[in-house]
Write a protein that binds this ligand. Structure first.
Ligand code: PMP
Length: 396
């Protein structure tokens, strides 16, 4: 029977890393996968994480199951991080600790499918390529709304608002909380206000994918959109990932935080979330979430972590500036100043599929086909080679 199985296509982004690892050229540069790298091209384990692990290792071991929705203490510290210190007044909250942001997205998708089978989830065009896959796997229909203006390399705000105004009431709109993947373009505070008003007016359920809190401008600054929605007081789903901001990629740490209008609604939502989790992975792995909880509950560790997070953010924003300066210094045709206005690890560079292919084949520089560059893959050692190669392919 199994010989009838067709070969599945390689994951577009992770597949590129496989090709990168197989590439024998020593000068190769990987700007494709969404992983932070330091100035030496390494993905560091944060000092705060190592310290938290030491504290955990010195404490009693417990390998019994966690509750279905994970450690209750963890959900509380996550809600404070997401909604701010006044989170307890932020409404009636349901929540779950999930295996990564992807796990949270899938649980939310299963929850939507079971409870709102008629609802369509609206995704930005473009979006993280795994969004459509996760919702399709949960049999949730998706459609797209305009987000990116190719001419100006900025948010297609008017088109986005016009699309929201036409979405049917009862549908779900998925927004990136900050550091939009893949464009790096986020709404301004004023634009968030207008988005919140338009979403409330249409009777849509807002769903914020919040995978990069602290990677843009700061922990609170990056929560501007999430908190604008919370202050407006309606229902809200937030899916956090701690892969990037705590560097806990392989530990699979994420969370769902769901704000409801009443206590009864929060209890019912929690029960439905638990049901979705039970049938999926039953209950979450403990270690990564214990690290996050330990750091967030210890003032010294939290300060250390916030400093480490600022250092990652400053390095990325610094590389954005260096990228623009280096392209300019080499006389590469085009205005690349938009790169410094983008936030997070990614930049939509404007490179075409053909140019991306030439960079890979001729220069061993790996970029996703959409032209999305992981700015955190740039280092003082590789930036000149990268901008020289970009110059060569765009000048052709
Ligand atoms: N959402 C977005 C927009 C992402 O970019 C990512 C990670 N690439 C995720 C969710 C999922 O993160 P995790 O690795 O925690 O599953």
């Amino acid at each position: 029977m199994l010989e009838t199985v067709d070969l599945a296509p390689r994951d577009a982004i992770l597949g590129l890393t496989v090709a990168f690892n197989e590439d024998p050229r020593s000068e190769k540069v990987n700007l494709s996968v969404g992983v932070y790298q330091d100035e030496h091209g390494k993905t560091p384990t944060l000092g705060s994480v190592v310290e938290a692990e030491n504290i955990l290792a010195a404490g009693p071991s417990n390998k019994a199951y966690l509750p279905i929705s994970g450690s209750p203490g963890y959900s509380e510290v996550v809600q404070e991080l997401v909604f701010g210190p006044e989170y307890q007044t932020a409404g009636h909250l349901a929540g779950a600790h999930t295996p990564g942001g992807t796990g949270g997205l899938r649980v939310a998708a299963d929850f939507l499918h079971a409870n709102f089978p008629q609802a369509t989830v609206w995704l930005s065009e473009p979006t993280w390529p795994n969004h459509p896959s996760v919702f399709a796997a949960a049999e949730v229909p998706t459609k797209t709304y305009p987000y990116f203006d190719q001419q100006t390399n900025s948010l297609a705000f008017e088109q986005m608002l016009a699309a929201i105004e036409k979405m049917p009431a009862g549908d779900v709109i998925l927004l990136h909380g900050c550091c939009h993947n893949p464009t790096g373009i986020d709404p301004t505070a004023k634009e968030w206000q207008q988005i919140v008003q338009a979403v409330a007016k249409r009777g849509l359920l807002p769903f914020l994918d919040f995978a990069y809190q602290g990677f843009g401008d700061g922990l609170d600054e990056d929560a501007a959109g999430v908190r604008e929605f919370r202050n407006a007081g309606g229902d809200l789903i937030v899916c956090s990932s701690f892969s990037k901001n705590f560097g806990l990629y392989r530990e699979r740490v994420g969370a769902l935080s769901i704000a409801c209008a009443t206590n009864d609604a929060a209890t019912a939502v929690q029960s439905q979330i638990n049901r979705a989790i039970r049938a999926n992975y039953s209950n979450p792995p403990a270690h990564g979430a214990a690290i996050v909880e330990t750091i967030l509950r210890d003032q010294n560790l939290r300060e250390t972590w916030e400093k480490e997070l600022s250092a990652m953010r400053d390095r990325i924003n610094g590389m954005r500036q260096q990228l623009v300066d280096s392209l300019e210094a080499k006389g590469v045709p085009g205005d690349y100043s938009f790169i410094t206005r983008q936030r997070g690890m990614f930049s939509f560079s404007g490179l075409t599929k053909d140019q991306v292919e030439q960079l890979r084949e001729q220069y061993a520089i790996y970029i996703v086909g959409s032209g999305r560059i992981n700015v955190a893959g740039l280092t003082p050692a590789n930036i000149d080679r990268v901008t020289e190669a970009i110059g060569a392919v765009v000048s052709k």
